[in-house]
Design a protein. Sequence first.
Length: 423
Amino acid sequence: MNGLSFVTPTAGGPWETYLAQVDRVLPYLGRLSRWAETLRRPKRALIVDIPVEMDDGRIVHFEGYRVQHNLSRGPGKGGVRFHPDVTLEEVMALSAWMTVKNAAVNLPYGGAKGGIRVDPKLLSHKELEKITRRYTSEIGLIIGPDKDIPAPDVNTNAQIMAWIMDTYSMNVGATATGVVTGKPIELGGSLGRLKATGRGVFVVGREVARHLNIPIRGARVAVQGFGNVGSAAAELFVNNGAKIVAVQDHGGTVYNPNGLDLAVLMETVQRDGSIAQCAGAERIENERFWDIETDFLVPAALEGQLNAERAQRVKTRVVLEGANGPTLPSADDVLNERGILVVPDVIANAGGVTVSYFEWVQDIARFFWSEDEINMRLEQIMADALRKIWDTAAQHKISLRTAAYVVACSRILSAREERGLYP
Ligand code: NAD
């Protein structure tokens, strides 16, 4: 009864963090808390050996994982990460967070995640393809359009998803586009997927703004990270009349209290790979980013960026978590005390998995939607999810993060209870 399953949690590690989050939710689950142990144990974890013949003739073995944390509400869903620091414990935590995210947004999925312990930067294109195909074949036992549907995560992309789709299809003897999402458009990928996470960040921000009576027109926004998520969110804020007053990326921080020119920011990133030399902006010290006065602060880069010290300094009304895990628990407490609203990652950045869900639905139906239809449905799902979490937070007088977990865990455990235990 202690969450000790598959691994001994590392102190301060991701699985321990997840278990602590579960503990926080238990008091709000009522009779369903009887089933809570199911949240503390991944349903299934597969560890696979991936032998690959490298370009120079060496045979090198890599270790891969696929964890299905919970399948009570539907097939597993979650990305595949290629990184030298990937561990079973990390994949377990990431899969559990997918269970929560999918349930928080009410997608008909359980949670899963996969990974290979490898630095893809050290691989040739051919080696990357071989390692992806062998990994897919090894986890082919437990994935499939009705079982578990992988997607891109850190260091994996549409090409890798195409290889996963092709390998799985070869093994089952039929083209199975629905086995993976984030595919190229020509192979059953979905329109709108690329900007979906950023769009979701904006939609959730706009809904929160409505509740707090913050007009989007003229709102000041600071964005950390100007990649896939940050740039798409920034673009929508600007298109709706807000001002991006500061942007920070790995190369530096730029500031303009009258609003940065988005087209110039985009061109600068295209040219230099960073916004640091953006014209028409003041270049400021990175640490000053956290002191800028804003209505929305959007961390959309890395985890752990908002620590307790920065949380004491930020001058914003809403923290919109575009990244996964950008706010440390200690910072959460400080922000809460200071009356700054934190919109948690499990809802704020769920736009990506929501359009992944649309991709899977379109693949199964073999009928594809227009981009307008996708964006309209995305807005509806995100706004509904936020409303439910907002009401739960108000009802129990708890943070949006805890409320998102209460909503999600109640759905997961209700499904578990209704299905009953087999045998
Ligand atoms: P990306 O690689 O496209 O962009 C990352 C951005 O972060 C870049 O602008 C980079 O310069 C910046 N950055 C890196 N190191 C930094 C540092 N030390 N300080 C400031 N900025 C730094 O990545 P992305 O896809 O936009 O993902 C960003 C975050 O959103 C990640 O936490 C990711 O897990 C999360 N997320 C992404 C998606 C998605 O669909 N892409 C979905 C859900 C969550």
